[in-house]
Design a protein around this ligand. Structure first.
Ligand code: SF4
Length: 359
């Protein structure tokens, strides 16, 4: 059985494989149990349903969700993306932007808050586009965050990966009034070189990105910025990579997720000339990972002697782990008899290394 993004974009190739008996696209996966029942009851040996994803206009609610985490819940608020970055298959797999109705989001968060969850992570495929498809009223991501901020029991609202252009002075001015917003922003930069960004069809320049970082750092003194970077994008010369490296040295992200570019059939970049050799991608990736580790170790060492507020998430073998609002991992050796899970505490930091700080 295959369902989801790969089934959505490659159903024609997959249907030739005999061993696969069920192929369901992204929209159909919510009915997976129904399809399996039908197969069993009708004794069918093959079932395929993959709708044209670009025809789907409504966000698909998945029904009742069971949360296994005690402290944090990931809340999906939209699906789809209209951006078409040249390396990305997601718009073809997920379709156009569909935003979830605010009343459904609020009801879900109110329910989980009653069950004790304190932190929500707001995610989607392109969260910055939340609400752009609402016809009846103007209600965008910032309106949703303002409403979530009012929910009793929720202590922290964390934004998942966001498109840098979401960050404007106006947006941050309203955001800064919401006391539950975490001081951690994951801005997907992808490259620190304007020419590469242009080929990627990203819609910002490095100087715009610099301004965005400035707005956030001026508003949130303890802000931690993290990012995603692709190395070895088609045509990325040594000079282009060096510009990216310099830009990343300047911005000093707390942490960077480094991806080596890989071709996705059906995207523009897959057919671009000057694909980069694997050994070069490997070398560039290693350089950026080292830079990321250096930054993280340095930022973490600056916490020694300071006080931070931590939400304890899990306790195993006498060690309690949790995060600060700006997403620094905190560890503390504890007496197992007194579990601190799902409590918030202000602690003093005594030690630090590249991966976590210690109280
Ligand atoms: S990288 Fe992100 S913004 Fe670009 S097309 Fe993919 S999902 Fe959309």
């Amino acid at each position: 059985m295959l369902c989801g993004c790969y089934a959505q974009v490659a159903s024609k190739e997959l249907e030739k494989i005999e061993e696969i008996d069920v192929i369901l696209g992204n929209e159909e996966k919510k009915d997976i149990v129904k399809f399996c029942d039908e197969i069993l009851q009708n004794n069918e040996n093959k079932k395929e349903k993959v709708e044209d994803i670009f025809e789907i206009k409504e966000f698909a609610e998945l029904g009742e969700i069971t949360y296994t985490e005690k402290t944090r819940a990931v809340i999906k608020v939209q699906d789809g993306c209209d951006r078409f970055c040249s390396y990305c298959i997601i718009p073809y797999a997920r379709g156009r932007v569909r935003s979830r109705k605010p009343e459904n989001i609020i009801a879900e968060i109110e329910k989980i808050a009653k069950n004790g969850i304190k932190e929500v992570v707001i995610t989607g495929i392109h969260v910055a586009s939340y609400g752009k498809d609402f016809k009846e009223k103007e209600y965008r991501l910032i309106d949703l965050l303002e409403d979530i901020n009012k929910i009793e029991g929720i202590k922290r609202i964390r934004l998942g990966s966001i498109e840098p252009l979401l960050i404007t002075k106006e947006f941050v001015q309203r955001l800064s009034k919401l006391e539950k917003i975490c001081e951690h922003f994951h801005l997907s930069l992808q490259s620190g070189n304007d020419e590469t960004l242009k080929r990627m069809n990203r819609r910002y320049t490095t100087s715009q990105f610099r301004e965005i970082v400035e707005i956030l750092r001026n508003t949130y003194p303890n802000v931690n910025l993290t990012t995603d970077i692709i190395v070895g994008f088609p045509g990325e010369t040594e000079e282009e990579f060096n510009k990216t490296y310099k830009f990343l040295e300047e911005i000093k992200f707390y942490k960077m997720h480094i991806f080596q570019y890989s071709q996705r059939k059906g995207t523009k970049a897959a057919d671009m000339p000057n694909q980069v050799q694997p050994n070069i991608k490997e070398k560039r990736s290693k350089m950026l990972l080292e830079l990321s580790d250096e930054n993280e170790a340095k930022y973490n060492s600056e916490y020694i002697g300071k006080q931070v507020e931590v939400l304890w998430e899990e306790e195993k073998q006498g060690v309690c782990k949790g995060h600060t609002s700006n997403y620094v991992l905190v560890e503390q050796k504890v007496d197992e008899k007194n579990s601190k899970e799902n409590t918030m505490e202000i602690v003093k930091i005594k030690g630090a290394n590249k991966n976590y700080i210690e109280s």
